[in-house]
Ligand binder design. Structure first.
Ligand code: ADP
Length: 494
């Protein structure tokens, strides 16, 4: 289903105008329409009050004066007659517009008869004044003293609000209506603009961002909500720009790393074809280089795959295993370096400890750290691997005797593709090793870190909580130099 798109500006404007129209309609209804009916109710109530006053206070000393005042205040005509129709009291509060004075005597006779016929002793009667054509209300009542009829009371009041007042009010409301409407139009226009502008500007900035301009900054124009949106977008833009530059680096680095072994493979393959094909010794040597370089390629591709898997948030498959055993197991694979290249590995294990972690991934952490130590250790080609307890954690430290790492570089080396320029490698390195280590240890929630001193060496470490401290009674402190085995083909990441 296709949704109809409306502009925010237009919608705000429409709703605001609807709101103002509703107010105006209410205003008109209450003032103009209900004015009349309210007036009628009010006037009927006035008549009742005056009638009650006459019944209860006819003997008062100031009766006539008080009645004058009431008639004047209420714009009412009052007439009181005896039974024969002789006027006892009269007041014209309607300025000669009464139905009960002078020339209407014939009518009075008619009303008088109606009252006598009525059960209650009074009647309300609505009539139109023949002279001014306005609606009037007439009230006629039989006056009694001690149950004996003594005369008649006539009350007459206009039922329409005094015309001029009504006209003035209507005019004023009309003016208010026009002013409100125009004002509403202007205010809603600016209000709509005010609301829509930051969004329109943010959208423009987002457009630029989408086109790859990461320098564009989002501005929220001081409103809480749009400021929050702008802050989020600035953050997103920042992150995207980081990812973007990482992607560029990654592609540059990967292409560089892929090119080197590929060039070598091609060069040696050509050499075999053109030169050493018939020379078994040379050919063997050249094929060896090709195999080595292919391994390098494979390990680079593996690292990239590992990292992307880890970064996609795949969870570690935890189980309990003996970290000390694993450490010894891993070290066996370095025998070949001891035998062929003269490296020395000193492994020190305080006791056997069980931890709960993903075996394969912890193994990868160990390989990556030890490979780095091998690559960066000093002339003495020595690497120390130590397992010890720190509180409830088992701590693994891998120490080399290399040049160490500049202090300002320490926070960077765990980042993806951070890599020192100089390459002197015994084991294949891709610049991804430490970021894989970081991802794995972060996924496990294990603490990790590095200490390094220039010219002395570096110690990379991580810790894992020991599962069952009671279980671990088998103390066996070892400090052994590995590298005794012969013909162990499990070369580290080669
Ligand atoms: P790679 O070793 O393949 O370059 P890593 O992610 O394993 O990639 O390491 C990143 C960088 O950290 C290395 O290029 C290097 O500069 C530095 N580094 C890592 N381990 C050590 C170490 N033991 N001694 C000195 N520098 C190291």
């Amino acid at each position: 289903m296709k949704t109809v798109k409306r502009s925010l500006r237009y919608t705000v404007w429409v709703y605001f105008m609807l709101f103002i129209s509703a107010i105006l309609i209410l205003l008109w209804l209450s003032f103009v329409v209900s004015l009349e009916s309210n007036y009628q109710v009010m006037k009927t109530a006035d008549i009742t009050t005056v009638a009650n006053y006459i019944i209860n206070h006819s003997d008062d000393e100031n009766f006539a004066d008080d009645l004058d005042k009431m008639a004047f205040d209420n714009n009412m005509c009052i007439s009181i007659t005896d039974l024969r129709g002789v006027t006892l009291y009269a007041y014209d509060g309607l300025g000669g517009n009464c139905l009960i004075h002078d020339d209407h005597n014939a009518n009075l006779f008619y009303y008088r008869n109606k009252v006598l016929e009525s059960e209650d002793g009074f009647i309300y009667y609505q009539a139109t004044n023949p002279k001014f054509k306005n609606k009037t209300l007439l009230f006629v009542m039989l006056l009694k003293k001690d149950g004996v009829p003594t005369g008649f009371v006539y009350l007459n009041t206009s039922l329409e609000p005094i015309e001029s007042t009504a006209i003035i009010i209507k005019k004023q409301i009309l003016q208010i209506t026009i002013v409100l409407f125009v004002l509403g139009l202007i205010i809603s226009f600016f209000l709509a603009k005010l609301i829509a502008t930051p969004i329109i500007r943010i959208t423009k900035s987002a457009d630029k961002l989408a086109k790859g301009d990461f320098s564009e900054k989002f501005d929220g124009y001081g409103y809480d909500e749009t400021e929050a949106l702008a802050a989020t977008l600035n953050y997103a833009s920042n992150e995207i720009s980081k990812v973007d530059s990482l992607r560029r680096d990654l592609i540059a680095n990967i292409s560089h790393d892929l090119r080197t072994p590929l060039t070598m493979i091609k060069a040696y393959a050509e050499m075999i074809r053109d030169l050493s094909g018939d020379n078994p010794v040379k050919r063997e040597q050249h094929v060896g280089v090709i195999i080595e370089e292919s391994d390098r390629l494979a390990s680079l591709v593996n690292d990239i795959l590992d990292l992307s898997k880890l970064e996609n948030g795949s969870k570690p498959e935890k189980r309990r295993f003996d970290i000390s055993e694993k450490l010894m197991d891993v070290m066996k694979r370095y025998d070949v370096l001891t035998e062929q290249k003269g490296y020395r590995f000193f492994l020190s294990i305080d006791a056997s400890h069980t931890i709960d972690a993903d075996v394969q991934r912890i193994e990868q952490v160990l390989y990556n750290l030890i490979n780095n130590a091998v690559n960066y250790t000093g002339e003495n080609k020595t690497v120390y691997i130590t397992q010890l307890m720190r509180g409830n954690n088992v701590r693994i430290e891998i120490t080399d005797t290399g040049d160490g790492i500049d202090e300002e570089l320490l926070p960077l080396i765990f980042d993806r593709y951070y890599r020192a320029e100089k390459h002197k490698r015994e084991v294949v390195g891709t610049g991804l090793g430490l970021s894989i280590v970081k991802q794995i240890l972060v996924a496990h929630g294990f603490p990790y870190g590095v200490q390094s001193r220039k010219g002395v060496g570096s110690t990379f470490w991580f810790e894992a909580p020991v599962c069952d401290l009671e279980e671990e009674s088998k103390e066996h402190t070892n400090s052994l130099s590995l590298g005794r085995r012969k013909n162990d083909n499990n070369t580290p990441k080669k």
